[in-house]
Design a protein around this ligand. Structure first.
Ligand code: DGL
Length: 245
């Protein structure tokens, strides 16, 4: 049974973990880097150092692979692959593939400032003839982490970021942050007939052949375990443990 580590800044990557647990009999450790959450507005250097540290931890603990279940972190996959010997999977590549498999010419990318400025989505999609219109939605992440997705402030923040989305005339809207499926209902209000594309799991295809249920994942946070449990209550019965990293 393979051992895989799944990394995000917080609880958003659980949306990817859920896809992985449905796809095979794997031994999984999820690391939420709450001590540095949110990633999306931090300098590149800090995000890279953190993600590198987490991948290093997984490699030292015998992981067979590391999944960057975070778009903001995913842009560093090529660099990390040069440093570490374990396979490293990003979520942007399979998500772009899902977009390109559809009949899509123009997309709206909802993502963090960092994901947008690092340009990995734009590069892959434009090379394949798809136009990309960016929407900086970095400010959405704390509402998910603070369990306040139905607050007035959250609705106001979404409204100011997405009021121009209907005019973008996008065939598809990419939820280019793993936290955003937890705001899908609120975001959908601005999407009209555009298809909503959530981040895809990079492992599903490779492990689809395994039909045994996965063992219970180990959940770790570099922050407060109680706060992490509260933020992840939508996932089911979760029990995060603190880890110093
Ligand atoms: N969930 C992450 C992403 O997909 C990071 C969000 C953040 O920490 O800003 O981009």
């Amino acid at each position: 049974m393979g051992f895989y580590g799944i990394i995000d800044s917080g609880v958003g990557g659980l949306t990817i973990l859920r896809q992985i647990t449905q796809s095979g009999n794997l031994n999984l450790t999820y690391i939420a880097d709450h001590a540095f959450c949110p990633y999306g507005l931090k300098p590149n250097k800090i995000i890279f150092q953190r993600v590198s540290k987490l991948v290093n931890y997984l490699q030292l603990h015998g992981a067979d692979g590391a999944v960057l279940a975070c778009n903001t972190a995913s842009v560093y996959a090529p660099l990390l692959k040069e440093i570490y010997r374990i396979p490293i999977y990003d979520v942007i590549t399979p998500t772009c593939k899902a977009v390109l498999d559809g009949n899509v010419r123009r997309v709206a990318l909802l993502a963090t400032k960092s994901t947008i400025s690092n340009g990995m989505y734009k590069q892959i999609l434009q090379q394949n003839g798809v136009q990309v219109v960016n929407f900086d939605c970095s400010a959405f992440v704390p509402f998910v982490e603070q369990c306040s997705t139905d607050s007035v402030q959250c609705f106001q923040t979404i409204d100011s970021a997405l009021s121009a989305l209907p005019q973008a005339n996008a065939d598809a809207v990419i939820l280019g942050c793993t936290h955003f499926p937890l705001l899908r209902r609120q975001i959908a209000y601005y999407c009209g007939d555009s298809k909503i594309v959530e981040c895809r799991c990079p492992l599903s295809a490779s492990f689809a052949a395994e039909d045994k249920p996965a063992v219970q994942p180990v959940l770790l946070t570099t922050g407060d375990a109680n706060l992490a449990n509260a933020a992840a209550s939508w996932y089911g019965n979760v029990s995060f443990k603190h880890i110093d990293l």
